[in-house]
Design a protein around this ligand. Structure first.
Ligand code: PHB
Length: 354
């Protein structure tokens, strides 16, 4: 068995795990990242693509800004589209901030490169991962290349996503789950087609929500509301193209509503890396103890915003005509009141970290 020792063992090489490792390294703290998938898989996995200003600032400040500055697209706002009309929300004018379009897997590539260049360890392609001793002496075990591994550490960073092994490893009584299951899902489409709008379009249509987004001047990214058990075989390419042209002028598509997943991950590990480095520097545990409550305060506001966007822009099976008129009134109010627009804008560009 291979026995390794590090200060922080990080499970998962997504944005949270890799950024945590990167930030800890800049504080002089050693970590090992352990990932089930291979490098090419995590670097190619198509996910979200909108960065809040705070995420961009952090990347630049920590030496990850070069390719981002060359290849990303800066947007000053988004469009909301309903009942055949398109309304522009000018985030720059409302909040002084914009948003940056840069795919999550590009952020991952930049982080992997930065970690490897700095001599960091990322162990890809692992199986049978298990963690133990979370309350006493943390230990991560796994298999790789036919060999058994054991990593002893002071802390485990559980960054392996909603379905990973870390979440269920939190001791009974410590983990509380607050859940809202939405009765729909989103069909994500990546198309080799030049974006037909210079900014994102969130659309509410008779058949539900659609989002028009992009990845580059030649690649369009779209999301369509669908059923949670939608069969992808019902969506051959020609149906997708037909839908897109139908959505056309009046609509174009709407999205998985908040654009917040990756930004939340980055916000969490910013707070966590500060708490861990405070612990090593001064043996203080108060920031670590406050980690959850610090993040949860902001997280619930982001949760509220994502829920509100989702509720406003989707068709619900249970919805009656009253609900439909109320949604349209909400959109009408939103696009005609500066106060309402400012509220959307300040949430979309990102609430302050503390
Ligand atoms: C994306 O470009 O992937 C994207 C944009 C906005 C969202 C969600 C996803 O709200």
């Amino acid at each position: 068995m291979k026995k390794l020792r590090t200060q922080v063992g990080i499970v998962g090489a997504g944005p949270a795990g890799l950024m945590l490792s990167h930030l800890l390294h800049l504080e002089g703290i050693e970590s090992i990242v352990i990932e089930a998938q291979g490098r090419s898989h995590v670097e190619g996995r198509v996910r979200a693509g909108v960065l809040e200003q705070g995420t961009v600032d952090l990347m630049r400040r920590t030496g990850l800004g070069d390719r981002l500055d060359r290849e990303s697209l800066l947007h000053n706002g988004v469009y909301l589209s309903f009942e055949g009309n398109r309304h522009h929300l000018d985030f720059r004018e409302l909040t002084g901030k914009g948003i940056t379009v840069y795919a999550q897997h590009e952020v991952i590539k930049d982080l992997v490169r930065a970690r490897l260049d700095a001599g960091g360890q990322i162990l890809f392609d692992t199986t049978e991962l298990a963690i133990s001793g979370v309350e006493s002496s943390p230990l991560i075990r796994f298999h790789r290349d036919g060999e058994e591994y054991e990593v002893r550490c002071d802390f485990i960073g559980g960054c392996d996503g909603f379905h990973g092994v870390c979440r269920p490893s939190i001791p009974e009584g410590v983990l509380r789950v607050f859940e809202r299951t939405y009765p729909f899902a989103w069909l994500g489409i990546l198309a080799e087609a030049a974006p037909s709008s210079e900014e994102l379009i969130y659309t509410y249509t008779d058949r539900g929500f659609a989002l028009f987004s992009m990845r580059s001047p030649t690649v369009t990214r779209l999301y369509l509301q669908c059923s949670p058990n939608e069969d992808i075989r019902n969506w051959p390419d020609d149906r997708i193209w037909k839908e897109l042209f139908l959505a056309g002028d009046a609509a174009h598509i709407v999205p998985p509503t908040g654009a917040k997943g990756m930004n939340l991950a980055i916000a969490d590990v910013t707070v966590l890396s500060r708490a861990i480095s405070d612990f090593y520097r001064s043996s203080r545990e108060d920031l670590l103890a406050a980690y959850s409550s610090t993040c949860l305060r902001r997280l619930w506001k982001v949760q509220r915003f994502s829920w509100w966007m989702t509720a406003m822009l989707h068709r619900w099976d249970s919805q009656n005509e009253f609900d439909h008129r109320r949604q349209l009134a909400e959109l009408d109010y939103l696009t005609s009141s500066r106060a309402a627009m400012t509220s959307l804008a300040e949430n979309y560009v990102g609430l302050p970290l503390e």
